[in-house]
Design a protein around this ligand. Structure first.
Ligand code: ADP
Ligand code: MG
Length: 236
């Protein structure tokens, strides 16, 4: 196979950070549990995408990540699979609140992430629910009360539910900000900051964005600790 450096060059991956591990270019070299590998092969995938290959080993080390990559590059599994492995190590009680929290800009995207989490997490017995606006809160609160490992939420609805004191984020130790640039464009920054205040500071934080303007750089600097930056393609 290609060396880590050659793989990065071929796929236009650039990384910034200390001792960044080489990309995991084959599913069989990821060390993922067999039930997860089975789902990946069942889906018909032949190899990790570049963002997955480079972000998995970093995320598995428990480090913070900022990943800049365009849509369609496979970011969802890039953060979900290390999140599943994180969850399994924690053994938290889902009745006390989620361990993995993913913030997403829209209902449509949040639902797609939940679908992916259910599909790839089912054989690992991972539960996931989705919280978004424009729908009644009752059924969403019921799901929370039943206990879930992973919550995927839009910032507005999650903030409403937090204000009602109907969910606790005390157990969250793996936080993902997906499509961070879009969330900021949509004006969600105040809600994001309020939500993050309720997440313990001892956590792993992963931020995914398609663009890297100064507003995104600022929130990354505030919420992440010594992140490894991964760039795919010629975005800067
Ligand atoms: P992004 O969030 O970067 O826009 P997604 O995570 O939505 O991208 O992935 C885009 C599509 O690629 C999805 O249908 C997903 O199931 C598929 N996909 C993810 N990983 C792989 C892979 N390793 N090989 C082939 N297809 C993949
Ligand atoms: Mg995405």
């Amino acid at each position: 196979g290609l060396s880590g450096e050659a793989y990065r060059r071929r796929h236009e991956i650039s990384v910034t950070g200390d001792n960044v591990p080489p990309p995991l270019t084959l599913f069989d070299s990821t060390g993922f549990p067999s039930e997860i590998l089975r789902e990946v092969y069942n889906a018909g995938f032949s190899a990790p995408t570049p963002i997955q290959a480079q972000s998995w080993p970093i995320a598995l080390q428990g480090r913070d990540i900022v990943a800049i990559a365009k849509t369609g590059s496979g970011k969802t599994l890039g953060y979900l699979i290390p999140g599943f492995i994180h969850l399994k190590r924690r053994h938290n009680n889902p009745q006390l609140g989620p361990t993995v929290l993913v913030l997403s800009p829209t209902r449509e995207l949040a639902t797609q992430i939940q679908d992916e989490a259910i599909k790839f997490g089912k054989s690992s017995r991972i539960s996931c629910t989705c919280l978004y606006g424009g729908a009644p809160k009752g059924p969403q609160l019921k799901e929370i009360d039943r206990g879930v490992d992973v919550v995927v939420a839009t910032p507005g609805r999650l903030n409403d539910i937090l204000e009602m004191r109907r969910v606790s984020l005390d157990q969250v130790s793996y936080l993902v900000l997906d499509e961070a640039d879009r969330m900021l464009d949509m004006g969600f920054e105040p809600q994001i900051r309020k939500i993050v205040k309720e997440v313990p500071t001892r956590r792993q934080t992963l931020m995914y964005t398609a663009t890297w303007p100064k507003e995104v750089r600022k929130i990354a600097a505030d919420l992440l600790v010594n992140p490894v930056q991964v760039n795919i393609g010629n975005v800067d």
